[in-house]
Write a protein that binds this ligand. Sequence first.
Ligand code: DGL
Length: 273
Amino acid sequence: MATMKIGVFDSGLGGLVIAHALVSKMPQYDYVYLGDTARAPYGDKSKPAILANTMQGMEVLFKKDCKLVIVACNSASADALRKIQQEFIPAHWPDRKALGVLIPSAEAAVRDGKRVGVICTQATADSGAFNREINKLSNSVQVFHKSAPMLVENIEKGEQKEAHKNLSRYLSDLTAQGIDTLILGCTHYPLLKNKISELVGKGVNVISQDEIIPAKLQDYLARHSEIVGDLSTSASIEFYVSKITPTSQRLANKLFGQSVELEQIVIDGQYGG
Ligand code: DGL
């Protein structure tokens, strides 16, 4: 009997935007969301810290019977995913899978883009991971990273005016480079995509991960019937976070776009940290 689920991992609550898009596209599956809110944000953490935290998060999701985990956090996809796929999973959970959000974004960007801007966290910008993934696909594309350190906080606190002010500042550095494509390289930014599109203008193709990841996962599953065969289909979703604060429930509802019930869970373990 198929009993396994699809996990979605994020540093905090922003991954709920991606989780919602996944559930909307493929509502039949059972999902487990895990946000490491006790240790968020990851975007200003070191690579070893992000790796240790992400491995511990994966461990929680694998123990909750996730066959496949989408690492929705760009910072974790940039700094931890490769090691998780190449070392952690083969050593500890060889029948499980982890997929990130960078490669699908890079694939979408190189389709028409020649000058690709990326707005993201400091950790993602420092990792150079988007540059690496895009250059694997095409060596005629130039990539410009811009870290947007205030945006996550602005979005979480509902500071719309501040967010727009900061956005114009961050984006003007990228538009000055003559970008034709912009990747929203952080879980939270899809919530600002209308404003971002307005600021960068019609000539720039804005790539928002909530619009591309669900179709990518659907394609992946179509090519992996052995995984689909293990996935249960009761159309359920559980939400876990490592810390619940007075504002997290309201923020979670906003990011998921409907009411969710958060449950607190400990994320720790033997891996680094
Ligand atoms: N989830 C993170 C990302 O996509 C943003 C929030 C954080 O810095 O933890 O990079």
